[in-house]
Unconditional design. Structure first.
Length: 180
C-alpha cells in the first residue's frame, strides 16, 4: 500500500499545467489568474489548447494512478490512489507545494475505481455549476456526495474514507485562494 500511495502522489505531482503553459505560451500559470497550475486556470488565462491539454493530461494522471494502484494493491486498497494522486496534484513538491485543486485528477481516478460513482458525480457537478455559477461550490458539493454514494453502494469503509478525503483536499486548496 505504501508503494501505491507514493507512486500515486508522484504521478499526481507531474506539473502538467505548468509544462503546458510554458511550452505553448512561455507563461507560468502560477503568475496569472488564480495562481493555480490546474486546467481551469490554464484554460482561462493562457489559452484553449494548453488548457484542454492540461485537463486531459490531469485526467490521465488520475487514470494512471488508479490503474497502477489496482495492480499494486488490488481490491478496496486501490482507493488509496484517489486522495494520494489528488494530494500530489494539489501540493506539487516541484513547484513549491503549489498546484491545482484536483478536480480533473479526481475524475480520472474515479472513472477507473467506480465508474458508476463518476456517472453520478460529474453530471451533478455540471448541473450545479450551471445553477450556482460557481465551480468551486459545485465541485465541493458534488464531491462531498461521493462518500455517501459509495456507502449506499455498500463499499468498504476504507473506500468511503478515501473518497471523503477528496472534498477535504479540495477545500484546503480552495479556501486560501478566496479573497472575499
Amino acid at each position: 500500500m505504501a508503494m501505491a500511495i507514493t507512486v500515486s502522489f508522484l504521478i499526481g505531482s507531474i506539473p502538467t499545467g505548468y509544462l503546458a503553459g510554458y511550452i505553448w505560451a512561455r507563461r507560468d500559470p502560477r503568475r496569472v489568474g488564480s495562481g493555480n497550475v490546474g486546467g481551469m486556470n490554464v484554460l482561462r488565462n493562457i489559452g484553449i489548447v494548453p488548457g484542454i491539454c492540461t485537463i486531459l493530461l490531469d485526467i490521465g494522471k488520475g487514470v494512471l494512478a488508479a490503474v497502477l494502484s489496482r495492480g499494486l494493491c488490488g481490491g478496496p486498497t486501490a482507493w488509496v490512489a484517489l486522495p494520494a494522486c489528488v494530494a500530489g496534484h494539489n501540493w506539487m513538491p516541484w513547484l513549491g507545494f503549489r498546484g491545482g485543486k484536483g478536480l480533473a485528477v479526481s475524475g480520472g481516478a474515479l472513472m477507473v475505481l467506480h465508474f458508476g460513482a463518476a456517472a453520478v458525480v460529474f453530471p451533478l457537478l455540471g448541473a450545479l455549476t450551471l445553477a450556482l455559477r460557481n465551480v468551486d461550490l459545485a465541485s465541493l458539493l458534488s464531491f462531498s456526495l461521493l462518500p455517501f454514494l459509495l456507502k449506499a453502494w455498500r463499499m468498504d469503509w476504507g473506500v468511503v474514507l478515501a473518497a471523503a478525503l477528496v472534498p477535504i483536499e479540495y477545500l484546503l486548496r480552495t479556501i486560501p485562494g478566496k479573497k472575499e
